[in-house]
Design a binder for this molecule. Sequence first.
Ligand SMILES: Cc1cc2nc3c(=O)[nH]c(=O)nc-3n(C[C@H](O)[C@H](O)[C@H](O)COP(=O)(O)OP(=O)(O)OC[C@H]3O[C@@H](n4cnc5c(N)ncnc54)[C@H](O)[C@@H]3O)c2cc1C
Ligand code: SF4
Ligand code: SF4
Ligand code: SF4
Length: 403
Amino acid sequence: MIEIKEKHKCCGCNACVQICPKRCIATNEDEEGFLYPSVDKSVCIDCKLCEKVCPVINQAVARKPLKVYAAKNENEKVRFNSSSGGVFAALAKRIIEDEGIVFGASFNEKWDVEHIGVEHQDKILALQGSKYVQSKIGNSYIKAKSALKDGKKVLFVGTPCQIGGLYKFLRKEYANLITVDLVCHGVPSPKVWREYLEDWIEKEMKTITPEAKHDAFHLKNVSFRNKKHGWKNYSFALKLVEEKCSGLQNEFELCEDYKDNIFMRGFLNDVFLRPSCYHCCFKSFRSQSDITLGDLWGIENIVPQFDDDKGVTLVLINTIKGNELYLQIPKKELPIFYKDALRKNPVMEKSVSRNYKRCLFYSNKKDADLTKRIERAINLKFGDRVKNFIYTKTNSLINYLKK
Ligand SMILES: Cc1cc2nc3c(=O)[nH]c(=O)nc-3n(C[C@H](O)[C@H](O)[C@H](O)COP(=O)(O)OP(=O)(O)OC[C@H]3O[C@@H](n4cnc5c(N)ncnc54)[C@H](O)[C@@H]3O)c2cc1C
Ligand code: SF4
Ligand code: SF4
Ligand code: SF4
């Protein structure tokens, strides 16, 4: 039976929970804000299915992509609403044209991120765009399996660990399944995301009127990758709406350069990622996905004539099945070398470092102000920088020796 002794050995894919015949595995959020499974031993029949489907226990082998492209969606509006070049939306459209179903990450009514399945073209927009929060898989593997058994085409998109978990859960090849994973930096804590939103809404309301009532305000839009000021210098954008008694609405917007936004700074400085992301065992295309998508950072040096600062997707074709689907979508594309893409995106092969900043952030619970906690973790004092250096190097050495 599954027992989580070291947190970094669970990526939170939920495969064990969904396979358990006794439904005796629950998931609970830990103090850092990540979900982990825990077994009710009084009900468990020790069938070991949960261990058999765990993609961390049963790791796959590393691969190299068959083909690599720089690609853009031909529809400029779709590309604008996507994080990179909008290739995901083109793949999703093709599957839905064939009456298939597309699984991906969407915001729910509380602005948490979760996986859902969509079957209509007008629902693709909800999946478009990167949400830099770990998405809840819930029972989407079960739903995908049921659709596959019904003979539907299924496109399942997620982080490499979510795709790795799906394959282990299915335990069988399906000709009608196509999987797409993302080049993955790591996933931030859903709890930190919730805290960030609450803090921002609270502060924003106070600037409007000190007596502001919570229920008069609601969040209307969230974008981690707004392209208003370009794709390379993207913005983090939130929109808050105030419902007036008169029936009128007031809109308040936050649109910050990603380098200035405190949540994005914490994310990109690896302050509150899931522990498994610092020891990711899905690097080098181990998820077994058919296609991998990412941002083609560095395009201005690889093929400058293809760069218009509106977004280019890095497309890595991993299987013949993936290639067949990719050939069917309309797009603008150019073949490129894998080594050129890797230069600006080393996370394809290497995890980010678990560092001292993270310990500082999570140990500093007395200070309620999230912004200050993140700032303190990022802007380390000299003594802390030395400790961070030693901590990071020691961790890298331990990891190396463990291999
Ligand atoms: C947490 C995270 C980290 C990433 N790190 C990198 C990186 O370091 N380097 C890089 O090149 N690219 C990274 N990406 C991928 C990149 O941001 C784009 O998603 C990718 O380039 C595809 O762009 P697109 O325009 O074709 O599609 P998009 O319209 O951006 O659609 C992307 C797909 O991502 C899925 N998705 C969105 N958020 C999540 C989530 N939280 N969990 C699972 N699936 C999700 C959506 O369902 C959608 O299917 C990351 C994405 C995420 C979600
Ligand atoms: S061993 Fe079987 S019954 Fe027990 S938790 Fe795992 S899957 Fe469930
Ligand atoms: S990695 Fe997935 S299958 Fe393994 S224990 Fe964690 S949630 Fe369960
Ligand atoms: S870095 Fe690895 S463990 Fe973390 S979300 Fe991405 S694939 Fe999963």
